[in-house]
Design a protein around this ligand. Structure first.
Ligand code: CTP
Ligand code: MG
Length: 335
């Protein structure tokens, strides 16, 4: 398989830039969606502050990391110091408050891995998940957003990869495939590895931003305006990058030995992390290191069945990018 795939990319990739960019543009949320998100956040802040005046709400996830496509749900984190009451009680109390203000489909999921309250706001039509004190998610949201502002090709690639993953049914963590967060990290890693590099490794640079959250030091360079030209020595276009991204995950990544790590800007060894065997439910069949919680493998949800599905999808995408005269149609075909 490796031999068959020492692929040279097709020579007509250039004409595919326009269709990929058109798909990217069609996924960008309209300005009015941003306004609606703000409106809902303001309402929630007002409601929450009646009960906990010192609490603060933060947006995280795709509505704040700049990888959100049109019509995404919004993710909100409630930061609250008063933790004498436990999370479940706070979530149930929140649910009560929201319910009595006519928010719809209010549900407290107190037993989930990340406990949340879900709701739908009939005024803006937006759905929203609220979690408590998940500050690491707020910080990794900033890291992703900072990366997005260094080179426009990251956002283009990530939108296309997320759109592909959703179309092909491989963006379902409860079915053993990968989260959107994991796909964005894969895109960042990939652009750090291009030669010349398209993205730097912010965590290996001088620290200009630093917070310690739950005992984890999160430090990186965040003066992004100084990095505006970082990728300008590399003139690869979106169609070349989409081709190379799928080729990498289909035929070049060493699943048996390698962990991708945007923290180091490199591939590191599974051996070094002791991720070579199954421990509990973590099988480490595709290894994606979380940038801050470095003991977290974002691929831990992948099992022996879903790894097959995932790798077949990468190969399918790589082959379409290599051989299909009109890849945009086939690539995003519903599964
Ligand atoms: N997150 C995390 N660790 C994970 C998964 C998610 O910290 N293993 C946090 C990240 O801050 C991420 C947020 O939860 O940005 C939302 O995750 P996810 O739903 O996967 O990504 P979104 O960017 O919100 O994507 P989508 O548009 O599909 O909702
Ligand atoms: Mg989300």
């Amino acid at each position: 398989r490796m031999i068959k795939r020492q692929m040279q990319c097709r020579s007509d990739l250039g004409r595919l830039n326009a269709p990929f960019l058109a798909i990217y543009e069609s996924l960008i949320p309209a300005e009015e969606e941003k306004a609606k998100q703000k409106q809902l956040l303001t309402l929630l802040e007002r409601l929450v502050c009646t009960e906990w005046p010192k609490a603060r709400l933060y947006l995280y996830g795709s509505c704040a990391n700049s990888f959100g496509v049109s019509k995404s749900d919004i993710d909100v984190c409630l930061a609250i110091e008063d933790m004498d009451v436990n999370k479940s009680e706070i979530l149930l109390r929140l649910a009560d408050i929201f319910q009595s203000d006519n928010l719809q489909n209010v549900q407290a999921l107190t037993r989930a891995r990340v406990p949340i309250v879900k709701l739908m706001d009939p005024v803006t039509g937006l759905s929203c998940d609220i979690c408590i004190n998940n500050v690491l998610a707020v910080v990794n949201t900033k890291l992703l957003r900072d990366y997005a502002h260094i080179d426009a090709r990251l956002r283009q690639l990530a939108f296309i990869v997320k759109h592909w993953a959703k179309s092909r049914g491989v963006n379902e963590t409860y079915q053993g495939t990968l989260s959107s967060y994991a796909y964005v990290i894969m895109c960042i890693h990939f652009l750090q590895q291009r030669r010349p590099a398209i993205l730097p490794c912010l965590q290996e640079m001088e620290t200009t931003f630093s917070v310690t959250v739950e005992g984890v030091e999160c430090a990186f360079f965040d003066q992004i305006e100084k990095l505006r030209d970082f990728g300008s020595c590399n003139n690869e276009t979106i169609s070349q990058l989409v081709w190379a991204f799928f080729n990498y995950w289909a035929y070049r990544h060493d699943y048996a030995n390698s962990v991708i790590s945007i923290r180091t800007g490199n591939v590191i060894s599974k051996q070094g992390k002791d991720w070579t065997r199954r421990v509990g439910n973590d099988r480490h069949l595709i290894c994606i290191e979380d940038p801050f919680q470095v003991s977290h493998d974002l691929g831990r949800v992948v099992d022996k069945y879903s790894i097959k599905v995932l790798r077949e999808e990468f190969e399918r995408a790589a082959d379409i990018m290599q051989y299909d005269p009109n890849p945009c149609g086939k690539l995003f075909e519903p599964y």
